[in-house]
Design a protein around this ligand. Sequence first.
Ligand code: SF4
Length: 377
Amino acid sequence: MAKSSKAADLMRAKEDALRQSEAGVKSLRETLHLQENQLTEATTELDKLRATISKDPRKNWVSATIQTTNEHGLPEPLFEALRDKRRGYKPYSLSVTDMLKGPLQVQIERRFRHRLSEDAMDGVWRLLGNAIHYVVEQSVRDIPPEFRHYETEMDVEGDVLGWALRGRLDLLDKLTGTLWDFKTMSAVGVKIRGGLQDDHIGQLNIYAHLLRGMGWTPTGLKVCGILRDWDKFEQFRDWRYPKTPIIVMDAPLWDSAECEEYVRDAMRYHQWAADQELVHIPICTPEQRWRDWPVFSVVRKGATRATRLLDTELEAYEFINDEIREEDRGEYHVIRREGKDKKCLAYCLASQFCPHAKLLREANKKGAKDDAGPPVC
Ligand code: SF4
């Protein structure tokens, strides 16, 4: 009797344990079901998000960073600071900087981005520019908020013919409506060509155009040139040499119709180029290629170096007449030296795949001994 009662207790205990396990399994199933539902909802949301993004291709980054070499063995932190960290580009969009480049350069940089490379040393002026922007930004932050009427590193954006146009303005004085752009420049370049260039004017007016679209009213444009190679003593030797290491220049502000026309024309050209084979895209303009004007050198017979370089032929002959002794004048003659496409030969990243730069390189190889330099293209 006692034995059968024990067996019955054991059976009941087992049945209880089974019931509990079944309840546990049921509860787990419910939790799993709930989580499955949540997962389905999350997946649907994700799909919706993906669909939205792919419908707006401007949001899709084409990512490819430029390869950077460290040929001169720079320490890693400096190498990192010099490296071009731009992640890529967004299709159907253009940066203000790209708008000012030739469409050929932009298309090569986009289509061959994964194969482009530069040495860390090439990033030195970019680093200097970034450092200046950073310091100015910090200085603005130090101004008490009640007196702070500057906006630095301001993102500006607008829609032009269906493409996004984006840029980052160095400094906006919100009190006066003045736009500032900081540029590192060469003092020698300022002496020869002057400080304010057409692309500075174009760039600031594009910003002005975008700011108008964002509800601002720009009233003035200024370029602040920081001269990286300024020499205090040089100013006493040449009246054209800048007198200070920082120069401030006023750029003309175009009216909104003029800005609009400029921006739309440039955008149209870039949009056209995006659909073309590279061989059909015209080479960059002389200004975009940083083309030097021809110079006229006064050379003595048998000499390898010019006695003097002058801007015009007339000036060169005047120099011979005015500065050379009469009995020696027959020894001198004037040679026209064609200008160089400096950017194509030394500064353009796209030159690695540019047909024009290839021609220049080949011409340079052939005519290495030719004093006249590369041909005019
Ligand atoms: S190498 Fe010269 S022509 Fe070619 S993309 Fe660069 S700037 Fe333009």
